[in-house]
Design a protein around this ligand. Structure first.
Ligand code: KG4
Ligand code: ZN
Length: 335
């Protein structure tokens, strides 16, 4: 089955081609227009998607060495995400489906991330735990079967990536902040200050990052300009340690609570060096198998949408033209 996949839920315009049993191409254009604003500007994202979608799709077809007439079906993200951004990808998919008389399927963005560990290799087998950590989401998902999910933990305020981005901004680092903190933290002392690692009594698997973020802000305010500059790397390392400890601790707790053997991480924050190292060591100690995608499949991409779409298309599922973008689509809802 030759599938063209499209992902435009936020600020990445992405297209990929799936060739029968392997990934044929995976093209991602990260929109640089947002950098100077220190965050994604929705209207600018939609406009950039409109400009980029055709050349990116063409590049994906060229790299996979196929023409548009070779494509047999289309997979496209239809939620959650920015309404205007989703609309560009979804309308493109519908138009191509109509013009080429081929089926298309709407894919849930988070489900795409869950499938990202199964793009290059066979990946985890349900039941397993998926930790999805990105700029917009922080969720612990019990994958009972493919397509059958239970969210067992989620953030009550900021997403993990959002916290990295906001703290990076406080430290006057570049956007997106996750990679900048990851890099700077390597030069700092993670034990410089102990930042809070909050938990909740009613659900120990839920996350909160607003307290940690505020603690960093108050600490910075307590320092002189000279001290701030001197301790920048130490603050980055101490923040990262607290943020990562929470992710590792709750993942292991969930693995034990649901008696699981496989943990798969996904989303932009899954690129984080400290997180990967800590999870590797902790999973080994506990006898758990850890899966993590290559960095290019952690951040938003269309290869993961192709892989998730392939699963549904093989089950005979397709979407009709009444499908509209769903900015707040819940996991497990497909219409
Ligand atoms: O999955 P993604 O590309 O987009 C969303 O769906 O949100 O994730 C982007 C997020 C950003 O917040 C970025 O700062 C974070 O992932 N990120 C990282 C790292 N690389 C990207 N966070 C921590 N460490 C990294 N190395
Ligand atoms: Zn994402």
């Amino acid at each position: 089955m030759k599938i063209l996949a499209i992902e435009t839920s936020c600020d990445e315009t992405a297209a990929a081609v799936w060739l029968d049993d392997r990934l044929g191409s995976n093209i991602v254009a990260s929109q640089e227009v947002h950098i100077k604003f220190g965050g994604v500007v929705p209207e600018l994202a939609s406009r950039a998607h409109v400009r980029l979608i055709l050349p990116i799709v063409q590049q994906a077809l060229d790299e996979a060495k196929v023409g548009k007439d070779d494509i047999e079906s289309i997979a496209v993200t239809f939620g959650p995400g920015l309404a205007g951004a989703l609309l560009v990808g979804l309308n493109f998919a519908k138009a191509m489906s109509l013009a080429q008389s081929i089926p298309y399927i709407g894919v849930h963005h988070i489900e795409g991330h869950i499938f990202s560990n199964s793009v290059m290799v066979s990946g985890p087998e349900p039941p397993f735990l998926s930790l999805i950590i990105s700029g917009g989401h922080t969720q612990l998902v019990l994958v009972k079967k493919w397509g059958d999910y239970k969210i067992v933990g989620k953030t009550r305020d900021d997403a993990a990536g959002e916290a990295f981005d906001k703290v990076a901004k406080m430290l006057e680092l570049s956007y997106p902040g996750g990679p900048a903190i990851d890099k700077l933290a390597q030069e700092g002392d993670p034990n410089y200050i102990k930042f809070p690692q909050p938990g909740f009594k009613d659900n120990k698997l839920d996350f909160s990052y607003s307290g940690l973020k505020t603690a960093v802000l108050y600490h910075l305010k307590s320092l002189s300009e000279m001290e701030r500059q001197k301790h920048k790397a130490n603050i980055a390392a101490s923040f990262q340690k607290a943020a990562v400890n929470v992710l590792v601790g709750k993942s292991i707790l969930a693995m034990q609570k649901y008696d699981l053997r496989q943990l798969a991480i996904a989303g932009g924050v899954a690129c984080n060096g400290l997180l990967r190292n800590k999870l590797k060591a902790t999973c080994e100690q506990n006898g758990f198998e850890l899966f993590y995608p290559p960095p290019v499949l952690c951040t938003d991409n269309a290869a993961m949408i192709a892989r998730a779409g392939k699963f549904y298309l093989e089950e005979g599922k397709t979407s009709d033209f009444s499908l509209s973008p769903k900015p707040s689509l819940a996991l497990g809802k497909y219409s």
